[in-house]
Design a protein around this ligand. Structure first.
Ligand code: FMN
Length: 333
């Protein structure tokens, strides 16, 4: 059971914070597919302290997303405390501290995974934030900097002591980045040393992985990042597999294409059309993955800066795929 303040969720499926991905448009979509708890992308504490408008805008949340957390990151205590207070005013359900980002310009400056090099500083930072805000404070981190420096058990104890209300563990080291196996077995080891909820993250790419994560560990929740990009239905399929043992409503080609369009419309609801359409290009390969002739369609989609021709192209493509399904040799038998 995942209990964080007033949030109580059984077999919780969480949408991970992801920069340039988990904005309100994508969160709306994932919520509709069943995500139980979601986060903003990470928000820079120095930017917030400087009152930078673009940084502040990343904290925009809507009531229908609840429960939702705002994630902040930084390497210095004072700006992190100031930022947590600013974030609190946006009225999220929790504030999450990023102690896992592996990107050099973040980690090498002591923020994100850089905090894993100094667990006492991480503890001090979290304690100061817990004291400064009324909302529950949670932390997302990794196992350690590298294989020789796995510090997660010490970190977990310290964070619980500092008053954090839950811990998400990306079961890789900073050195691994996003590759290599995620070592899920650490989840149970962590749960042996702390009482607060522990959320598993890393390498959950399919609905079957969700079931396996709950079967193989005592995780209080499973957080999905890349597994939701281009396949936000992973939440629905994950819930079905947990409840019924298999996927009752596997996603169809039609649903995949229409979901891509719905996602784009949600992006346009929050941004000016062109500013939504161009960054959306990164999603086409996920939504169209494995479809016959997808690369040509993707190339065509890259030319458009408005919604209408994208919809026209994709719906025409869907028609083509439906006809192709009907005429291809196997389906004639
Ligand atoms: C494009 C991208 C952006 C990310 N941005 C963030 C972020 O803002 N905050 C954070 O805590 N983690 C971030 N992450 C890490 C993910 O939340 C997650 O920990 C990691 O991808 C491992 O999970 P996965 O194997 O399910 O992808 C990001 C990952 C990706 C792929």
């Amino acid at each position: 059971m995942l209990e964080i303040g007033k949030i109580k969720l059984d077999k919780a499926l969480l949408l991970a914070p992801m920069e340039e991905i988990t904005n309100p448009g994508f969160r709306k979509l994932c919520k509709e597919f069943g995500a139980d708890l979601m986060y903003t992308e990470f928000v820079n504490a120095d930017g917030l302290s400087r009152k930078d408008k673009k940084t502040h805008a990343k904290m925009k949340i809507f009531d229908y997303e609840r429960p939702v957390g705002i994630q902040i990151y930084g390497g210095n205590i004072e700006p992190m405390v100031v930022s947590a207070k600013i974030a609190e005013k946006e009225n999220p359900d929790l504030i999450d501290i990023n102690a896992g980002c592996w990107v050099k310009k973040v980690a090498n400056r002591g923020a994100g995974a850089g905090l894993l090099k100094d667990p006492p500083l991480m503890e001090k930072m979290v304690r100061a934030i817990v004291e400064a805000v009324d909302l529950p404070v949670t932390v997302k981190t990794r196992l350690g900097w590298d294989d020789e420096n796995i510090v997660i058990l010490d970190v977990a104890r310290r964070l619980e002591d500092a008053g954090a209300k839950a811990l998400t563990v990306h079961c890789r080291t900073r050195k691994q980045g996003h590759s290599g196996d995620a070592a899920w077995f650490w989840i149970d080891r962590i749960k042996e040393v702390v009482d607060f909820p522990v959320i598993l993250n890393g390498g959950v790419m399919t609905a079957s992985d969700i079931k396996r994560a709950f079967d193989e560990t005592n995780a209080d929740g499973v957080m999905i990042a890349r597994g939701a990009i281009g396949q936000p239905w992973i939440f629905r399929e994950g819930k079905e597999i947990l409840e019924f043992g298999d996927i009752k409503n596997p996603v169809t080609t039609e649903e995949r294409i229409k979901t891509a369009l719905r996602h784009l419309r949600y992006e346009i609801e929050i941004k000016e059309e062109r500013r939504a359409v161009i960054p959306f290009r990164k999603f086409y390969s996920g939504y169209l993955k494995g479809m016959y002739g997808a690369s040509k369609i993707r190339q065509e989609l890259m030319n458009y800066v408005e919604y209408a021709p994208i919809e026209e192209t994709l719906l025409k493509y869907l028609d083509y795929l439906n006809n192709y399904e009907m005429t291809k040799p196997e389906s004639k038998e």
